[in-house]
Design a protein around this ligand. Sequence first.
Ligand code: NAD
Length: 319
Amino acid sequence: MKAPAECRARDERVATFRVADTPLVFPEQTREVSTMSDTIQTVAVLGAGTMGAGIAQVCANAGMTARVRDLDDAALEKGRAAIEKSLARLLKKERISEADADSLRGRIAYTTDMKEAVEGADLVVEAVPEKMELKLRVFAEVQKHASAEAIFASNTSSLSVTEIAASTDRPERCIGLHFFNPVPVMKLLEVVKGMSTSEETVEMAKTFSNRIGKEAVIVNDWPGFATSRLGIILGCEAIRMVEQGVAEPDAIDRAMELGYRHPMGPLRLTDLVGLDVRLAIMEHLHRELGEQFRPPALLRQMVRAGKLGRKSGEGFYVY
Ligand SMILES: NC(=O)c1ccc[n+]([C@@H]2O[C@H](COP(=O)([O-])OP(=O)(O)OC[C@H]3O[C@@H](n4cnc5c(N)ncnc54)[C@H](O)[C@@H]3O)[C@@H](O)[C@H]2O)c1
């Protein structure tokens, strides 16, 4: 039997966390396997970058066909190489057999042609750079070739899923599928429900999440969703603490790693994600949610200096 305090806490959460008339689905509910029949067999992945390659890999690993689309052969080749690198790691650890790796490879097709990628696909996952105009342009092109039943998903980290959905001919069949980096490793799939997203589409997303071995957490569309909003505020405060001379970056990171069991401190994580990427998200959340997300001056200055983190060789640490 549950302790009364626990019951009260749960009731309070249910009573408090409602956005307008759309009840949130809590993680424990999302763990149930959906009873809806699963119709997703072919997934079009738009963008063969860090995220797109990983998304194609996990879909193919689950037996689906993945069609990866990028703008040129060099970008596609980079995506293919990233998948090969990940497979090599899995093979070395004996987490996958050579035969499975081969059949997985056989389920991924690469193309620069949007029509070829999207025509007949059951699900389209967009993973192009985090710019609203670009995402809207991509979906406008997608809907020229997609079947009427196809579900459209965006892997956006912070932009409005509702706005993306409203620009398409099927807002009720649009959803946010926010994967985490590296996709084959990270367990979470943050499923973002736009204002017009239907329950049927949410069910499909839950089934899809189960099939690719992820745990879905359902959130309503609000700037930064749950993960980026909390992750960014922590990063933001850590940078302010460096500015104020509270402690050295390594001391702040170790404090959170050891004291709060974070696998990686907030400044190390900022270096991994890219200071420019985090600055762009902070600017967006500052506009949308207010002062607490105002980017620290130190972050702006470091981005201007080209200190972007791991990718440039220097950020809060030197690589
Ligand atoms: N990198 C991360 O850690 C991370 C984590 C979660 C979510 N996201 C989100 O995922 C999305 C993609 O991020 P990423 O890190 O993979 O970016 P990336 O820059 O690594 O890859 C983006 C790819 O999209 C391609 N592209 C651009 N326009 C295109 C078009 N019209 N059609 C097809 N491909 C096109 C680019 O050539 C590039 O290869 C963004 O919305 C980002 O916010 C990123």
